[in-house]
Ligand binder design. Structure first.
Ligand SMILES: N=c1c2ncn([C@@H]3O[C@H](COP(=O)(O)OP(=O)(O)OP(=O)(O)O)[C@@H](O)[C@H]3O)c2ncn1[C@@H]1O[C@H](COP(=O)(O)O)[C@@H](O)[C@H]1O
Length: 113
């Protein structure tokens, strides 16, 4: 596994454990106790903050953008763990899509999809 993926894997293990044991004093527990509505609201908030940071100039802007990406990824992983979905399942879905352009996939969809 590439070194850059290992922290994601470790974080996902922690979040799956949080989903199972819901320890007091954990921010993740607080989110999960609020259900998909609470987690979803945070994902929307963090997505908006990431978009806002997208065009910030300079090194500081870049660092802020990376920070906000971390927040969005963390909250997205919390939603996966809440739903009992493992990172491997998402990786498998992305692998399934590998090599198929979004444009071809869109063109192959039925009009109602
Ligand atoms: N990666 C993260 C992580 N990224 C962001 N956050 C938290 O996400 C929140 C971001 O939301 P905001 O910036 O809106 O801050 P806020 O106003 O305090 O949040 P709200 O009270 O409005 O929800 C902050 O409280 C951050 O500390 C995270 N909290 C936890 N983790 C990881 O999750 C692990 C388990 O954390 P606990 O479950 O809290 O022990 C930690 O060891 C970390 O590895």
């Amino acid at each position: 596994m590439p070194d850059s993926l290992m922290p994601l894997d470790r974080l996902m293990k922690t979040l799956a454990e949080r989903a199972e044991t819901r320890p007091a004093g954990s921010y993740t527990t607080k989110l999960m106790d609020g259900g998909s509505e609470k987690i979803g609201a945070k994902i929307l908030e963090e997505a908006a903050e990431l978009i806002e940071a997208a065009d910030e100039p300079g090194d500081e802007g870049r660092n802020h953008f990376v920070y906000e990406a971390g927040d969005l990824i963390y909250h997205t992983l919390v939603m996966l763990a809440y739903r009992g979905v493992e990172l491997d399942e998402v990786a498998a879905e992305l692998a399934r899509r590998e090599g198929t352009s979004g444009l071809s996939e869109k063109a192959s969809r039925k009009p109602s999809q």
